[in-house]
Design a protein around this ligand. Structure first.
Ligand code: SF4
Length: 458
């Protein structure tokens, strides 16, 4: 068993029995569920829109090489600079070069999972560069020294009281502040940071190749402030965020907001096409886009699993997943959690270390059901399991157990021979470790199927 796998099992067990954790999580997911129902009402034919979105993503992924080059060409013509990063290390080093050239000491950062993926804050801290999260949820998580808990709602596992206590401890505020007052405290703290920062970081929800731009979606306005106040704006974005054109936003913006937060459309939707033009009054003097691969090409090369790259990171599959609802986001030990995290993490970070995530599913199919771009998530989990076995990552005990099981199940005479007690003992010996101590073992009926069949026919 890999180190990641045993940590995952230990953490899962702790979280699954933490009733307070579950109460907070279910409360927040309950609110999400109620809002999404209302958001969906804006559609006359939602299924048709989902199919359209999937078709667009299919077309883009089948031609991603061309779209990437088109984006680079148009964005460069707009005055921007494109950096290609194969992995976390390359992305970090390229960013460091820019930071050094600018003698940067402080950065502000809008919410971005790609920056989490390359551990940007930790990397900058090592080089004595302060990086301040400006999204409220991310700011709370940064104050608490925690990674985001959810890809859309970073502090989903915290109650208002948890935040009040955190602010009291870290910022010295009154412990009885209301949610609005806590927000104002964060706002006040962050305002000065925007003007002091040398660099603004953001991710991108979508890449727009035809106009050479990126689209950013957010609810707080911090994204706009983080990207327009500092003199340099650096975007870090996974290459799969590509759309085929600006016009696709009319499909994807409402779809992302409906499934992400239940809103008809998110409050701030911004398209950025390079640095400030001479005739413009504000905006950064320089704009870079780091196109991050970090394992995505491996998925792209696989004609079946490629579908995982259609993801628009709405978070709906996390909120729908019975496993996520029990064990929470941090347990996964990866940047991306929930069903989509379980699908892509073994490809991004290594099948041997992370294959266990593909087994952390009941295969109920709820994730596939809710996905706005119709990714066949639960099937992809099965494909991952298959790949793990093909690559030889199954243990000797596991292989032996299934081989014995298969032989027995295909041999009617063998199944008829032993009594239920013998079969129950054999199952218990073979599977007791992997079955988990909180599940009762399978129990055979006192009489075999053949015996019951004969009796019923007499
Ligand atoms: S896999 Fe689908 S439901 Fe899950 S985050 Fe991505 S787009 Fe949303």
């Amino acid at each position: 068993m890999s180190k990641q796998s045993s940590t995952f099992i230990n953490k899962s067990e702790a979280k699954a029995f933490d009733l307070e954790h579950r109460r907070k999580l279910l409360f927040n997911i309950g609110k999400y569920d109620a809002t999404v129902i209302k958001g969906k009402q804006q559609y006359v034919d939602l299924e048709l829109v989902k199919k359209k979105a999937k078709n667009i993503k299919w077309k883009v992924m089948e031609n991603l090489d061309k779209y990437l080059v088109e984006f680079e060409s148009n964005f460069t013509a707009n005055g921007g600079k494109v950096i290609w990063a194969n992995d976390e290390h390359e992305a970090q080093q390229e960013i460091l070069k820019i930071m050094k050239a600018k003698k940067a000491k402080m950065a502000v950062k809008a919410k971005s999972m790609a920056t989490e993926e390359i551990h940007l804050n930790e990397f900058l801290a090592k080089h004595d560069i302060e990086s301040v999260e400006t999204d409220l949820g991310e700011y709370i998580q940064q104050l608490d020294g925690e990674a985001p808990y959810h890809i859309v709602t970073p502090a989903m596992h915290k109650s208002k009281q948890d935040v009040a206590e955190l602010f009291n401890e870290k910022l010295g505020t009154n412990i009885n502040l209301t949610a609005e007052e806590l927000t104002l405290v964060a706002r006040e703290k962050l305002r000065n940071k925007y003007v002091q920062a040398d660099i603004g970081f953001s991710g991108a929800n979508f890449i727009l190749p035809d106009i050479g731009g990126i689209a950013l979606t957010e609810n707080e306005g911090n994204g706009r402030l983080s990207t327009s106040f500092p003199k340099t704006h650096i975007v870090i974005v996974g290459i799969e965020k590509m759309l085929s054109s600006f016009n696709d936003l009319s499909t994807f913006w409402p779809l992302l907001s409906t499934y992400g937060t239940g809103q008809k459309v998110t409050v701030y939707n911004t398209v950025m096409t390079g640095p400030r033009r001479t005739e413009e009054a504000d905006g950064p003097e320089e704009m870079y886009v780091v196109l991050l691969d970090n394992g995505r090409s491996k998925l792209l090369a696989d004609s079946i699993k490629r579908e995982a790259l259609y993801c628009i990171r709405c978070g709906a599959c996390l909120n729908a997943c019975p496993v996520y609802k029990n064990i929470g986001g941090h347990t996964y030990g990866s940047t991306y959690s929930g069903p989509i995290g379980s699908v892509i993490t073994p490809h991004f970070k290594g099948m041997e270390e992370f294959k266990h995530l593909s087994y952390a599913s009941s295969l109920c199919g709820n994730c596939t059901e809710v996905c706005p771009v119709k990714i066949n998530l639960h099937n992809l989990l099965l494909f991952n399991r298959h790949e793990a076995v093909e690559e030889g990552h199954a243990s000797f005990v596991e292989k032996t157990a299934w081989s014995v099981w298969r032989k027995a199940m295909l041999n009617r005479k063998l199944m008829d021979r032993g009594g239920a007690t013998l079969k129950n003992t054999a199952i218990s010996v073979l599977f007791s470790n992997s079955w988990g101590k909180h599940r009762s073992m399978l129990e055979f009926a006192p009489k075999s199927f053949s015996a019951q069949w004969r009796e019923n026919r007499e």
